[in-house]
Design a protein around this ligand. Structure first.
Ligand code: GP9
Ligand code: MN
Length: 653
């Protein structure tokens, strides 16, 4: 390598060296890719460290491409160099074109399901400067035609090995550096933008190809026979609605609000003498709002998206990864689809960009009519925190949009600002921080209080808009906010000596309330979890769930079983908490004698998770055609960047 750098002093001599053409191509390809990142994609690169990663991330894939060329002998090397460089450039170009239209990157599933639904011709998207994306193949072509190439690399297999090893090493270093800035980058894979920002557009494509192949194989190996046992199991466990509540909210709009990271311990909690969530507390005690104080989140690695998935489908999320990311092409019989059959319109409101958690793809499979993502909101610096809109401006800007929806509608609203690490901008709060010896935990109360205030303002706006009386408002905390890493501070919060595994399981309670004007609910102590939300809501709306394949059951039904499985097969019941393969007695928090029905409980939880996993991983709903449901064709749905006309319309009061 050093020899090549020295030879640079004399460009002619440099050019005559064996590997020169390869080096020139590699550098051109690298720099070109970096410039494309800067000019063509909105990757949200912040700070020097992320910039540095963006700059180096094309290196490993460039080396990989070059190593491939060294597999060939003599003249073949230059031909191959031209070919692979051209193909890679076309791939980059295709991604740029795709991004111009969809603000997203190409994935294998999008290619497989490509349809003429772009509505705009490729020509319109072209720009003259796009030719620059082909600068390196053009250079190689000139070299080949002019026979200006130096000698071939003779010991090409050794060169292949060396370059391949270098590619792998650089990739691992790149991944390691990326994980420092963004832990669990690959296991959680929350956003294509993030993968491209940290690992590069080519590495992302390779990763996507591997993931898609895995998923497609699982799907291809499954057949309609696989559905039989699952179908029987679910139908045998169907829970009838409670006639006292069935249809009590018939025909109402459904406003389903995901409360970011809102755990149940904040309800009625005070910092000093100030309630953290005065508004939610007032609902909890108004005697009419259903307040389920034994409600547990059941999410896995897919966090917010897993919680959404359970609301949408009443199935469990996957043991690994996010269903939204890995199974977005599955056939779904989701809440949005079921309600569509009943004449509802559906929309999602979220102040982050649509690719996060692959929402823009998953919502197509579930048949959401509209997706109002960050592109519809006023994403100014003062309105933004963490991933996107702060909750107060988010709700404020959502109401005028909501008013434009045809009723009855189902609106899913995903709040955002009560997200780890919970820091607040000074001007947004006067609420005191906690004093529990940890910054994150201390800030949590301030941030939760802000979320509570935003809900109060939203309710006020709903009343003013006239939507309130016609709507049921369902609110759920998506998952924990304070993880086990903060056990010391949490022990102080809860006035305990320490947080035991029993406490950790019990702390997985998140807020769950259903506020239906005109329907009397009140506090409810039934043990339940996120998979149970959908059947409960559907029964309140007067829609029987007996025909849909779901693993949750109506919480208001006297037949509801209070076994709440967690994704890792631990569980809680009204009497016991089973975690780390130990039974604890809920009354004392201490290890319990093994209950007589221990095996049955463990088995029940495994059966439920397994039935759900069968459906999700094998895409079994494609073999299921429930009555009272029109199959969703995902090609009918697409969430494009709003035009000026769209924005003017939706944002007008
Ligand atoms: C991002 C938001 C947060 O759009 O939903 O996701 P999380 O990190 O909580 O899963
Ligand atoms: Mn979340």
């Amino acid at each position: 390598m050093l020899r090549y750098i020295k030879a640079l002093k004399n460009p002619k001599a440099f050019f005559k060296r064996y590997h020169s053409i390869f080096i020139i191509t590699a550098v051109l390809f690298w720099i070109k890719t970096y410039l494309v990142y800067l000019t063509q994609f909105k990757l949200g690169v912040e700070g020097f460290y992320q910039h540095f990663l963006l700059f180096i991330n094309p290196v490993s894939s460039t080396l990989l491409i070059i190593s491939f060329v060294y597999l060939f002998k003599k003249k073949g090397q230059y031909r191959m160099l031209f070919l692979v460089d051209l193909i890679s450039s076309i791939w980059l170009f295709a991604n740029v074109m795709y991004y111009r239209f969809f603000s997203d990157f190409i994935t294998i599933p999008t290619i497989m399901s490509a349809q003429e639904n772009s509505g705009s011709s490729v020509l319109e998207l072209l720009r003259v400067t796009d030719i620059l994306m082909f600068i390196d193949p053009i250079v190689i072509l000139i070299v080949i035609v002019k026979k200006a190439a130096p000698l071939y690399v003779n010991n090409h297999l050794a060169a292949f090995r060396r370059t391949l090893i270098a590619a792998i090493c650089v990739f691992l270093i790149n991944l390691g550096l990326a994980e420092i800035d963004r832990p669990q980058l690959l296991t959680r894979t929350f956003d294509r933008n993030y993968l491209v920002k940290y690992l590069g557009v080519y590495n992302f494509s390779i990763y996507d190809a591997i993931q898609s192949t895995k998923s497609m194989t699982q799907r291809a190996m499954a057949g309609s026979d696989d559905l039989v046992a699952v179908d029987n199991y679910i139908k045998a466990n169907y829970v009838k609605p409670n006639p006292d509540y069935f249809g009590k909210a018939q025909g109402k709009n459904v406003i389903l609000i995901s409360l970011e990271s809102l755990q149940n311990f904040v309800i009625d909690y005070k910092i000093g003498n100030q309630e953290v969530t005065p508004f939610l507390n007032s609902l909890a005690h108004d005697g009419t709002t259903f307040y389920f104080d034994n409600f547990f989140h059941q999410t896995g690695q897919g966090k917010t998206s897993d919680a959404e998935f359970m609301m949408d489908t009443a199935l469990f999320p996957m043991a690994q990864g996010s269903v939204y990311v890995n199974k977005a092409q599955n056939t779904e019989q989701a809440l949005s689809g079921i309600l569509k059959y009943q004449g509802y319109n559906s929309a999602v409101f979220h102040g982050n960009y649509k690719t996060f958690w692959n929402r823009n793809e998953m919502y197509r499979s579930m048949g959401y009519d509209k997706f109002f993502d960050a592109a519809y909101y006023d994403m100014t610096d003062e309105n933004k925190k963490n991933y996107g809109m702060k909750d107060i401006p988010f709700f404020k800007e959502s109401v005028p949009i909501m008013k434009k929806l045809e009723q009855p509608f189902f609106a899913k609203m995903i709040t955002l600002s009560n997200h780890y690490p919970f820091g607040m901008d000074q001007q947004d709060t006067t609420f005191p921080v906690g004093d529990f010896g940890d910054k994150v935990v201390n800030q949590y109360f301030q941030s939760a209080n802000y979320l509570d205030t935003s809900l109060k303002l939203f309710f006020d706006d709903l009343k003013a808009s006239g939507l309130y009386e016609n709507s049921i408002i369902v609110m759920y905390g998506d998952h924990y906010g304070i993880s086990e890493n903060y056990n010391d501070a949490m022990a102080k919060v809860l006035n305990k000596e320490e947080i035991t595994p029993f406490d950790t399981a019990q702390l997985q309670r998140t807020v769950f309330m259903v506020h239906a004007p005109g329907v009397t609910g009140g506090p409810n102590h039934t043990y339940c979890g996120e998979v149970d939300v959908r059947p409960t809501i559907l029964h309140l709306l007067g829609i029987d769930t007996k025909d849909y394949l779901e693993l949750g059951s109506d919480i208001l039904s006297p037949e509801h079983q209070g076994i709440v499985p967690f994704r890792n097969a631990s569980f809680v019941t009204p009497q016991y908490t089973y975690t780390g393969e130990i039974f604890y007695d809920n009354a004392t928090g201490l290890e319990a004698e093994t209950p007589v029905d221990a095996d049955k409980l463990i088995e029940t939880v495994k059966e439920k998770l397994n039935a759900s996993d069968q459906i999700v991983t094998k895409d079994l709903l494609r073999f299921y055609t429930p009555p009272n449901f029109t199959p969703i064709d995902r090609n009918d749905y697409q969430y494009l960047k709003p035009t000026k006309v769209d924005l003017d319309y939706y944002k007008s009061p």
